[in-house]
Design a binder for this molecule. Structure first.
Ligand code: SAH
Ligand code: SF4
Ligand code: F3S
Length: 449
């Protein structure tokens, strides 16, 4: 049977990786992955519910499925619609009441059940939800279809035990579970042997890796064994400041393949708010960590996440956040306005700051973020940086686009007669001639054939 499916991804890197597993699994069964919903017989929505906006967008998109015509030659009388990702475990079968043309709901721990659920939907016409909190097998045991052949995401933990008071993730991803070190090493080695240039280790908090395993291996050990595979570029996300150890920091100075970029979410620059968020560190502790990281790797590119407008945030609390952003001088900051998530402790906290005040704080913060992002890029002017080519620029197909070791986006004119397909996945030197806030631009330093 000719079955075509499309996957729509809404969430974080972990969610994108889960989508790769879904594609791998369904292709393994003979179905064909297509780029658009219009060409598909089955559409899988991999959802995110970390903030309200993502939720609303999803419901809107699933609703439009009703009026989408089915493709000519489709083996079913209708398009099968499945919802996976983080909304699955939160809402479960309730989603069937809200969305009458929805067929399947599956949870983040139930990727392997998807084929059975889809089969029930199209053979028996039964709508089923499977959203177990725990699964027996680590989802990474499933086959993967990677988005790029040269880059791989490698989950080392799933779930989260931190319960930051604003966050829904621990409720939808379950308790933290670490993957055995041998499995990680084997998968990394397989990738290296297959020509992968960059591995990103994933976990909600990679620093707490191994606490549930025999012998309590540490995250620093994982970095060591993955680096030993000979991988060219190694990255990880995300790191929780309360668990970032000196041992891990030291690796930035000693492991050549560990790229000079660290995402260390601070969330707020006020100790009172950090406490109310249940983050487990103070601003001073955070700044001490930044000092140590810069000592180990002076030019490291630092990035962070900030929430503006957490319940009870005063002007003084916000000033603290502004100050820490100004003081650290991040290369990139992901700024979010607090979004109330039902079921989390913060949803019950008193919150009377007017929306306009929060918006004004947010706008002020964005200005200082951009100022530092611009400044951080100026140091690259005139330098030659190694760029891992990803493809052509979205705005100009005559420009190649890739990533520097610090994860900066770099553009350079594609030389005449060079096909981007031959360059994608290669690391090429680019002389930087222009440094903007969100990208660098230059020319290729050597002839590429
Ligand atoms: N485990 C990672 C990522 C969590 S989700 C970490 O701890 O860093 C990514 C980011 O979304 C968080 O860092 C936080 O800044 C933001 N976020 C989470 N819940 C939120 C909420 N309710 N409102 C606004 N932003 C939120
Ligand atoms: Fe959410 Fe905190 Fe866990 Fe990150 S560490 S996923 S912010 S609960
Ligand atoms: Fe990621 Fe969103 Fe789930 S941030 S873990 S996809 S709620």
């Amino acid at each position: 049977m000719d079955v075509r499916f499309n996957v729509q991804t809404f969430g974080c890197q972990m969610n994108k990786h889960d989508s790769e597993r879904v594609v791998g699994r369904l292709e393994g069964l003979g179905a064909q992955c297509v780029d658009s919903i219009a060409e598909s017989d089955v559409v899988v929505f991999m959802t995110c519910c970390v903030r309200e906006a993502a939720d609303v967008r999803l419901i809107g998109q699933v609703n439009t499925m009703k009026s989408e015509p089915i493709r000519e030659g489709s083996p079913f009388g209708k398009r099968i619609v499945a919802i996976g990702g983080c909304i699955g475990p939160r809402d479960g079968a309730k989603l069937f009441d809200e969305l009458d043309h929805l067929d399947v709901v599956f949870g983040t721990n139930n990727l392997s059940s998807l084929p059975g659920l889809l089969e029930d939907a199209f053979v028996k016409g039964v709508r089923r939800a499977e959203t177990l909190e725990e699964s027996d097998s680590f989802p990474t045991e499933l086959p993967t279809k990677r988005e790029h052949s040269w880059a791989a995401w490698l989950p080392i933990t799933i779930g989260c035990n931190n319960f930051c008071t604003y966050c829904i993730v621990p409720y939808v991803r379950g308790r933290e579970k670490s993957r055995p070190m041998e499995d990680i090493a084997q998968e990394a080695q397989r990738y290296v042997n297959a020509g992968v240039k960059e591995i990103t280790l994933l976990g909600q908090n990679v620093n707490s890796y191994g606490r549930d395993l025999y012998g309590k291996p540490r995250f620093a050990d994982v970095l060591e064994v993955v680096a030993e595979t000979g991988i060219e570029r190694l990255r990880f996300a995300t790191s929780h400041p309360k668990d970032l150890t000196d041992e891990v920091i030291a690796k930035f100075g000693t492991l050549e393949s560990l790229m000079p970029a660290l995402h260390l979410p601070v969330q707020s620059g006020s100790d009172a708010i950090l406490k109310a968020m249940h983050r487990g560190y103070t601003t001073q502790h955070y700044l001490d960590l930044i000092g140590k990281v810069r000592q180990a790797c002076p030019e490291i590119a630092l990035s962070t996440d900030i929430i503006v407008g957490f319940p009870g945030e005063t002007e003084e609390d916000f000033e603290g956040t502004y100050r820490i952003v100004d003081e650290v001088g991040y290369s990139q900051v992901f700024t979010f306005i607090y979004s109330k998530r039902e079921g989390t402790p913060a949803a019950k906290m008193h919150d009377d700051t007017p929306r306009e005040v929060i918006q004004a704080r947010f706008d002020r913060l964005v200005d200082v973020v951009q100022k530092h992002a611009f400044e951080a890029n100026q140091i690259e002017l005139g330098r030659t940086v190694d760029v891992l080519v990803e493809g052509v620029s979205k705005r100009d197909s005559g420009l190649l686009s890739g990533k520097s070791p610090k994860n900066q986006t770099v553009h350079a004119p594609l030389p005449d007669g060079v096909d981007i397909a031959d360059l994608a996945g290669k690391i090429v030197p680019v002389i930087v001639e222009e440094a903007r806030t969100w990208y660098l631009r230059g020319t290729l330093a050597s002839k590429v054939r």
